[in-house]
Design a protein around this ligand. Structure first.
Ligand code: IPE
Ligand code: IPE
Ligand code: MG
Ligand code: MG
Length: 334
């Protein structure tokens, strides 16, 4: 029942955020707007703006929540920029149940669509001044977004470099996913704290919440990438295995196998769907799924602990929803 409340709230925020985005993103020529908004219109969970809005509300109540809207829109638009470029890098042709932007519009237009959304996200942050943020708060928000962008780039770089390496450990993995995924979710939470006018200590705590949540979220993403239902995830299964990504599942499985099996397992990566299926069976047989779920749980708990350390809570329900979100990310099916 609690998860139903979370879903209802998520839908409510998604509506206002989408409205903000759609109202402020039409520029000529039309094809630019179309290519830029194509993925946003295809759907998505709107998890990051939900976090920004809930953190603002938890710390500063309804007024802070209203001030946070441009920042919530900014982070979702920035997220969509990273997805469009990520699908080019990963050569993925489906997302949110539809063909990816580069498949529909061509890689040239998809790169441009990404550039456009990236720029829009900064423009939206400056729009927050219209919503009552001070220049100092807007400056902080710009810096948070910029730092997250640098971290995502670094994470994506490791993600690609690790495709060619076998000496990647779990610690490398955790650093990589913090950078590529955790950092943007961290930024979502920090932005909410900025909108609420919280000091650096509170911003730090919320940042920790977002980072831990983000790592848990990505571990679940790795699991769904192999065992998820494409009808629910909107993404085809096995892509990570076919690309040779060093996901947590692959790394842990490698550590569980003897030399012969390891050689066989390695031979199944970066091949076709049939080989990937066989690899997924081996992953299952090594107890990797339980290991990954347990680790995701550890990170979800750490997120909740950070949340629990916040002293002045203006809205207890928002806090409860953020706790629930930590449970949700590790059991989500889409
Ligand atoms: C996908 O993010 C990219 C990752 C960081 C795993 P989401 O799973 O939040 O994607 P949407 O926005 O709901 O489509
Ligand atoms: C997610 O990368 C991180 C970013 C998009 C920056 P992945 O490549 O692991 O995520 P999916 O599975 O394509 O959504
Ligand atoms: Mg990808
Ligand atoms: Mg990727």
């Amino acid at each position: 029942l609690d998860l139903e409340v979370l879903e209802r709230e998520a839908t409510k925020y998604a509506r206002v955020v989408d409205h903000f985005i759609m109202e402020r993103s039409s520029y000529l020529p039309e094809r630019l707007t179309e290519a830029g908004l194509y993925l946003i219109k295809a759907g998505g969970k709107r998890l990051r703006p939900l976090i920004t809005m809930l953190v603002a509300r938890m710390l500063g109540g309804g007024e802070a929540e209203a001030r946070a809207l441009p920042l919530a829109a900014a982070i979702e638009v920035a997220h969509n920029f990273t997805l469009i470029h990520d699908d080019i890098m990963d050569q993925d042709s489906m997302r949110r149940g539809v063909p990816t932007t580069h498949v529909v519009y061509g890689t040239d237009w998809a790169i441009l669509a990404g550039d456009y959304l990236y720029s829009l996200s900064y423009k939206f942050v400056t729009d927050s001044v219209e919503y009552g943020l001070s220049y100092e708060q807007a400056y902080k928000a710009l810096r948070i977004l910029a730092i997250a962008g640098i971290k995502v780039s670094r994470g994506q770089a490791y993600d690609m470099l690790y495709e060619e390496r076998w000496d990647v450990g779990v610690a490398d993995y955790l650093n990589m996913v913090y950078l590529k995924t955790g950092s943007l979710i961290e930024a979502s939470a920090r932005l909410g704290a900025v909108a609420a006018g919280g000091g650096s200590e509170i911003e730090e705590l919320m940042g920790q919440y977002g980072s831990f949540l983000g790592v848990a979220f990505q571990i679940r993403d790795d699991i769904l990438g192999v065992y998820g239902d494409p009808k629910k995830t909107g993404k085809p299964a096995f892509n990570d295995i076919i690309r040779g990504k060093k996901t947590l599942l692959i790394l842990y499985t490698l550590s569980r196998l003897d030399e012969d099996m390891r050689r066989e397992f390695k031979g199944l990566l970066k091949k076709g769907v049939e080989e990937a299926k066989r690899a997924s069976e081996i992953i299952m047989e090594t107890g990797t799924l339980k290991y990954a779920l347990d680790l995701a749980k550890v990170y979800a708990s750490k997120a909740k602990e950070s949340l629990g350390q916040v002293r002045d809570v203006a809205d207890e329900e928002a806090k409860r929803l953020l706790e629930l979100l930590a449970d949700y990310v590790i059991m989500r099916e889409r």
